[in-house]
Design a protein around this ligand. Structure first.
Ligand code: V47
Ligand code: SF4
Length: 371
């Protein structure tokens, strides 16, 4: 028996701690035992151990800009406060010129990424999205990476173009697409999907599309929307399916748990997530996802205080400056929409970690050794 160097208040965590120290993969039952335990600090210490093994004392961040070209969407998921039907009050659509201008604005700030996610517009043809990527690639310096379109959007483009999702990805890659964001995964449960996002991409299709992207050399992220109608078992199963996909195709860079925001949604009776659940979920993700290199705390959804604390609970990435964010803010997020690079640096430095500025693909832009 290996001596366990963690201070565990819950003896049920001891066999898990032994596996963590030996670098052994955790099982579904281990995941459930972690959720059943109230020893948040014990779970956090184990997650911190794994984080240090993978990422040392580095905490990543980036200078980026999010752009949401339209909120007009055919799907109208029950958890979404962002989407509108065509012609509805508050519906908007950006022109290609406006999208390119928004992207160009972030270049003087030192951005290394534009992150583009939007609704499934009923009239925009696939060529519009190809042209968007092509014009962005022409307008932006090479170091600014275009991370755009969730698997849900890729599936929609296949539907409207008659192409396969693989052909859609190949066409977008040729136009300049370099990475896919991780949205649209929600919870890989057919039960939950039927109840709250029945028109949206199934778990099998979401995973297949990411596998196809990986096969084409397009790196992607993955997410889990939690704190709504899902069960804890469904959360653990979700993590295991991501882990299996990563074993098979290997192209996930980061996992981002997305804390559900209920305001202005059809699930507005539900309470928001708690800081306790947020930290526990991030830590359990670090422990279960032994083959995904980075765990990202999206400060926009978690709030700055929980995001900063999360670096002691397995997180090695605080995302970026963001600049403009609509999806969570329309659902009640109280965070600012933008942070400066100095604010991100200060948040990370206070925790005693080394801030590392990165690009989308985790190429190091700069290591900030000293204040
Ligand atoms: O796909 C929608 C989620 C996602 C709500 O890949 C909601 O680096 C909370 O995926 N409350 C879009 N979440 C955001 C996203 C993302 C964000 C940051 C970084 C990355 C990355 C990806 O937001 C959607 C959906 O899963 N979402 N409504 C809501 N009310
Ligand atoms: Fe549309 Fe995405 Fe909102 Fe669902 S979550 S309604 S797919 S914008």
């Amino acid at each position: 028996m290996i001596r366990v160097p963690f201070h565990l208040a819950d003896p049920a965590l001891e066999p898990i701690a032994t596996k963590v120290l030996a670098g052994e993969r955790l099982s579904r039952d281990d995941g459930l035992a972690l959720y059943a335990s109230h020893d948040l600090l014990g779970i956090g210490q184990m997650a911190d151990h794994v984080r240090r093994r993978i990422n040392g004392d580095r905490v990543h961040f980036m200078v980026n800009r999010h752009i949401n070209p339209t909120n007009i969407c055919e799907n109208r998921c029950k958890f979404c406060a962002f989407s509108r039907s065509k012609g509805q009050d508050g519906a908007y659509e950006m022109t290609l010129e406006e999208i390119v201008r928004a992207a160009e604005e972030c270049v003087p700030q030192g951005a290394h990424e534009v992150h583009i996610v939007g609704g499934l517009h009923p009239d925009w043809p696939f060529e519009f999205y190809v042209e968007m990527v092509r014009r962005l690639r022409q307008a932006l310096p090479e170091h600014v990476i275009i991370q755009a379109f969730t698997a849900v959007e890729i599936e929609h483009y296949a539907k409207i173009s008659g192409l396969s999702t693989l052909e859609v990805l190949r066409t977008l890659k040729e136009a300049g697409l370099q990475a896919l964001p991780g949205g649209g995964a929600e919870i890989f449960s057919e039960r939950a999907r039927r109840l709250a996002w029945d028109k949206k991409t199934s778990a099998d299709d979401w995973l297949r599309i990411h596998g196809e992207a990986h096969a084409l050399g397009i790196k992607t992220n993955c997410t889990m929307l939690y704190g709504h109608i899902e069960t804890l078992e469904e959360r653990v199963d979700h993590l295991i399916r991501l882990r299996e996909q990563q074993d098979a195709s290997g192209g996930f860079l980061a996992f981002i748990p997305l804390a559900f925001h209920p305001l202005n949604t059809e699930l507005s009776d539900l309470p928001p997530t708690t800081g306790y659940d947020d930290l526990k979920t991030l830590a359990i993700a670090r422990l279960m996802l032994d083959n995904i290199p980075h765990i990202k705390a999206f400060w926009i959804m978690l709030g700055l205080k929980v995001a900063q604390l999360s670096v002691a609970f397995g997180v090695d990435d605080l995302d970026g400056t963001v600049v403009e964010e609509r999806i969570t803010h329309m659902a009640g997020a109280a965070t600012p929409e933008a942070l400066s690079k100095d604010e991100l640096l200060a948040l990370i430095r206070e925790t005693g970690h080394t801030p590392v500025e990165r690009d989308t693909l985790y190429n190091v832009v700069r290591v900030y050794e000293e204040a």
